[in-house]
Design a protein around this ligand. Structure first.
Ligand code: NAP
Length: 310
């Protein structure tokens, strides 16, 4: 049987994805049609970006699955017209990129790099930072990205405590779950990294109460999703000096409007949702494998739980 695969993303993405997708599908010996324009009723799979413009899946009458190009699914998971399985993206390149971004920004704060990068003022500053083993890291989210970033930080010597919804065991990471686990994770987070999905259960998880539980001077690094943080509470905690800095890659509104107070805040670093992105060569292999599984009637990889929202 020939699988018809619609690529639905921003048009410029097609140029970067077509070659890798064809190579990956060919490597698995699949028979397929791949393109950006098919009659809806002929489509078996949609390789999907939530900003593609497709938000009504009703016309896709023989659709077997939607294969999301992004790790985050908050923009599609609640779509009532989507009646088929939804797979999210877990991609080597995406994971590796996130690990590098998280480690880089954690090291910036751990080593106090700003004092020397921005402090070229003739003052001979000789304070040395503590070793990694004396800087505690808290990690909210122990999924594909959280485990990879947390493991890399643990290998550098940081004591890492990670928190997830379900109970977990990850080598090198002290794993916690539940309300008490969250409170303990926050209480020992000199650097707190947010790698949770945006769901009704995680929105505003870093609110005023949660920030108050963190050590004085702690740093927040958020490459997860904007709604995880109560923005006003964050600014208040930074202004009061309770928190030392926040490095934010994701926001409630993106692009972050130029007039937003985050841009000018001396204790906030804004990066424009560039922590990581899906890489065509490796992501194409994940998509091709899911098409193979779909055609074989096997369970898809990285299925989203529609009730949990991630
Ligand atoms: P994932 O594999 O689905 O992991 C999500 C983690 O969050 C899991 O450990 C999960 O717990 C935990 N979690 C979910 N709801 C929770 C709750 N209510 N309480 C406690 N823990 C909860 O996701 P991922 O691939 O690691 O990606 C994480 C997020 O990163 C994505 O959803 C996306 O928003 C963001 N992201 C950002 C960028 C960027 O460039 N900034 C790029 C890619 C992804 P369980 O383990 O118990 O299920």
């Amino acid at each position: 049987m020939t699988a018809t695969i619609l690529f639905a993303s921003k048009s410029e993405r097609w140029d970067t994805y077509e070659g890798p997708l064809r190579r990956a599908l060919d490597a698995l010996g699949l028979t397929y049609r791949l393109g950006t324009d098919f009659p809806s009723e002929e489509v078996d799979y949609i390789v999907y970006a939530p900003n593609s413009g497709i938000d009504d899946f009703t016309p896709f009458t023989r659709l077997k699955a939607v294969l999301n190009l992004w790790a985050g699914v908050e923009a599609v998971v609640g779509n009532p017209t989507l009646k088929v399985p939804l797979a999210r993206m877990v991609d080597f390149g995406l994971t590796q990129g996130m690990t590098e971004w998280v480690v880089g920004h954690a090291m910036r704060h751990h080593l106090g790099m700003d004092a020397h990068i921005f402090g070229q003022d003739g003052i001979w500053r000789t304070e040395t930072p503590p070793l990694a083993r004396d800087r505690r890291i808290g990690l909210l989210g122990l999924g594909a990205l959280g485990i990879a970033a947390g493991t890399a930080l643990a290998r550098l010597g940081f004591p890492v405590t990670g928190w997830s919804r379900s109970e977990k065991s990850v080598e090198g990471i002290t794993c916690r779950h539940g309300d008490e686990g969250l409170r303990d994770t926050l209480a020992q987070a000199d650097i707190l990294i947010l790698l949770l999905p945006d769901t009704p259960a995680t929105q505003n998880i870093l609110n005023a109460d949660a920030m108050a539980r963190m050590p004085k001077g702690a740093v927040v690094i958020n490459p997860g999703r904007g709604p995880l943080i109560d923005d006003d509470a964050l600014i208040a905690a930074l202004d009061s000096g309770h928190l030392g800095h926040a490095t934010l890659d994701v926001f409630r509104t993106e692009p972050l409007p130029p007039e937003h107070p985050f841009w000018a805040h001396p204790r906030i670093t804004v990066t424009p949702h560039i922590a990581s992105e899906t890489r065509p060569d490796t992501a194409a292999q994940v998509i091709a494998e899911n098409v193979r599984r779909g055609e074989a009637g096997a369970p898809l990889l990285h299925l989203v739980d529609r009730d949990l929202g991630y």
